[in-house]
Write a protein that binds this ligand. Structure first.
Ligand code: PLP
Length: 292
């Protein structure tokens, strides 16, 4: 086996649903990983039928199939961090819990997705119960938004003090660290509780209500930053800054909601292209003129 003289960057695993419009789910996660210089691999929990205008149907992967995808990847690649998003149902949540128990990953970022912003169910009721009682304990950090934190804790969240109370309750329920995302609140402040310390992550609300896949990008950016050895606070600050900028730079690709521009950094500083990639000692084989 040759590595052509190159070592691999951190390999990150996303466990999430597939959104064919690629604004959310595994495709968005893989773009976020790539934008952070990581190599992404993906296990698909659910095949959704959706475009930018919303979700039509959801076809969850049979849980044995999901487990087989996960095992095939884990026995082959050295996974630096795991990001978990949409699970679909209790069966898939259970398969992921067993997988996490079988391998001790350094970083597990769990975004406990329950519904799409257009209202489609992305986790069944038994799955939600399993997440609250079992799966959240197995993550290094969970990243619920306000409605998800309300469902998991049973608390009503109206302001930042309520977000802090919900974060504390989630730690009491077994979470190791929590980031309650305030994107749904008037001020886009996130609350981070790491061990006993609680901090607020300030943020400007970007002037658009119409974005898709922000939670996926945040959790994936967080996993990428953690895999590079940064602290949770620093990783969360950088992930929030990345998502804010990627929302700001987003452009419509269809008639509905707008995905983020996961690669806005590359557009700010365009990478060298074309002739620069051709080895100077001769023509690149792909550029060789066809023999006549
Ligand atoms: N589709 C898939 C596959 C997802 O994983 C998610 C969120 O995690 C969504 C849709 C919903 O994204 P949004 O709430 O931004 O519409």
């Amino acid at each position: 086996m040759t590595n052509n003289g190159h070592g691999a960057p951190p390999i990150l695993l996303t466990i999430a649903g597939f959104d064919p419009s690629c604004g959310a789910g595994t495709a968005a996660d893989l773009k976020t990983f790539a934008a952070h210089g990581c190599y992404g691999v993906a296990a698909v929990t659910s095949l959704t039928v959706q475009n930018t205008q919303g979700i039509e149907t959801v076809h969850n992967t049979p849980s044995a199939e999901l487990r087989a995808q996960l095992d095939a990847l884990a026995k082959d690649c050295d996974i630096a961090a795991v990001k978990i998003g949409m699970l679909g149902n209790r069966g898939n949540a259970g398969a992921v819990a067993e997988f996490l128990d079988a391998h001790k990953f350094a970083h597990v970022v769990f975004d406990p997705v329950m519904k799409s912003s257009t209202g489609a169910e992305l986790l069944d009721a038994a799955g939600i119960k399993f997440v609250a009682t079992e799966l959240l304990k197995r993550a290094s950090v969970i990243t619920p938004n306000v409605p998800e934190a309300e469902v998991l804790t049973g608390l009503t969240i109206k302001d930042i003090a309520d977000m802090e109370a919900a974060a504390r309750k989630l730690v009491e329920m077994g979470a190791r660290a929590v980031i309650v995302k305030g994107g749904h609140m008037e001020r886009a402040v996130d609350v981070l509780l790491d061990g006993a310390e609680i901090v607020q992550l300030g943020g400007e609300r970007v002037k658009t209500e119409n974005t898709h896949g922000t939670g996926c990008a945040f959790a994936s950016a967080l996993a990428a930053q953690l895999s590079s050895g940064r602290s949770l606070f620093e990783s969360a600050t950088l992930a929030k800054a990345y998502v804010t900028k990627a929302i700001e730079k987003g452009y419509p690709i269809g008639k509905g909601r707008v995905p983020l521009d996961h690669f806005y950094r590359q557009r700010i500083e365009p990478p060298a292209r074309g002739i620069h990639e051709v080895p100077q000692h001769g023509l690149h084989p792909a550029a060789e003129p066809a023999a006549h």
